[in-house]
Design a binder for this molecule. Sequence first.
Ligand code: FE2
Length: 593
Amino acid sequence: MRFYLGLATTFHDPALALVGPDGTLLFAEATERFLQYKRAPNCEPDAPAIIAPLLREFVPPGSEIVVASTWGEQFSDFLKGQAQAGTFDLPTLAAHPVDLNASFVPEQAERVFIADLHLAQARAGLGTLLALTQDVRTGGRPPRARVVGQRRYAHHLCHAAYGLWGSPFAEATSVTVDGMGETGASAIHRLKDGRIEEVKRHRGRGSLGFLYGLITDLAGFDQVKGEEWKIMGLAPYGRPDPDLAAILACLYRVEGTRLRFADADTIRGVAAELLARRPADALEHGWADLARCGQDLFGTLMDVLVAEAHALAPSENLVIAGGCGLNSSYNGRVLGRSPFTRLHVPSAPADDGNAVGAAWLAYQEDHPDWSGPPEEARPLTPYLGARVSTTPMERLAEQEPRARKLGHGAVTREAARILAAGGLVGWVQGQAEFGPRSLGNRSILADPRPAGAKDALNAKVKYREAFRPFAPSILAEAGPDWFEDFADSPYMERTLVWKDSVRDKVPAVVHEDGTGRLQTVTAQRNPAYAALIAAFRDLTGVPVLLNTSFNVMGKPILHTAEDAILMFYTTGLDALVVEDWIVVKDPAMIRSA
Ligand SMILES: [Fe+2]
């Protein structure tokens, strides 16, 4: 039997995905979850501690493994070309030849970027080999599986493969936009008859992803920490300042359907001019006017790329892939601004998702008749990660009388009752979400009705900036009653505008501009979560819960029941539910089920 292990091998957001002998996606998870290290920079996705239990669970003895990684040979060609031109020297690149004491220098940052990427490619698959040889070392047994191939796929092709094959569409056009691929920062692909073809690859160093990252830094945040999305949250608080917009406009020009980005000197000049204008408190609170202008600019430039994609590969169906696909604010508007009528953005559009794309590409290479997952498996479920053990809850119950196992119906009713009474509930069920959003399996939940719920959650658990909105989960069938131009949004991939008439019913999840980054929930996609929201609706008349990721600021989403218990006792959570178990802090909350 042959398995396909996809490894996302960018030096940030590494991840792995395992595809079985019949093409089924068995597992996908970002490395940060296992390590509990946000974005897991420079960590290998298949460290032996991660891959060994996965192989034991899914791969029978005697199997074959093909390792597929997410940067193509073109990246190596690029490095060789640069080395020949004298720009980089590969051996010294690998040793990080930068002055660590120097202040930020763009050229050095680029060298570190390329060195990290080079090292990440060089290590791809080593962890798996080590885990397999462990069998030989420890027990004298032959390895349970053999690595029979190591393949590489172009970065943007991996983004497109994951986005297109994971979509509900039989045919579609994808626009991939990120920081950088092997030769450029955006690409257009088409899905037709189950096959993915490249329509256009943009070339050059100009990058909408990097431009958004620059705006993130200039507005007082940190793109290295992945804080680009704070720009989206802050933008509605800013005003569209024509002076700032004019300065930003120096960074690009539109030629027909093409974007041309400014040269490095111009970018430096723009950065200096903006820094000279930056308000003194920007590092503390962010620079809202720049965030607004930056987000508006992002929309303008994305429109150019999307329009070109439709012109070159006309379709009703659009897929947005790459890290810029996390811009839910733009995603919510794109259908009104382009000829496309339906949109899919995968749950993990950034580089972690590429692990799935690479594994599927390798599978199709060996099975040319395979045309993507079967219809019933699309759109792809986001619940692809690890489960938690309930053993820690059993141990807790031995000492904690307020911890009980209730059965699923009863635990759902209890949690809904606590939520309706204003309690904060940590909710852990099933397999973890793949991608950055908690979608009801690793979530902190709250009643969206009190206007003060957002501040209470920030004060008790999340400790994050006041301007950042909290998102709603809504039963899909209720969506048209609550949102303008309602569209299904299973992964919190888009923000839509709340209807005027409902905004004062759920003020905690209505953002400054009247929008919400919604998750639409169905019993088919997530039965446990749909049942909880339905139970809350039965008590309150509101089919909406406030849903935020089960983590604390600066940490990844939790990975184990022990993590959940630790957070429960060190934050202001009122109740914790893990599968059929519940524990509460206030004895008055206990009600016999
Ligand atoms: Fe990417």
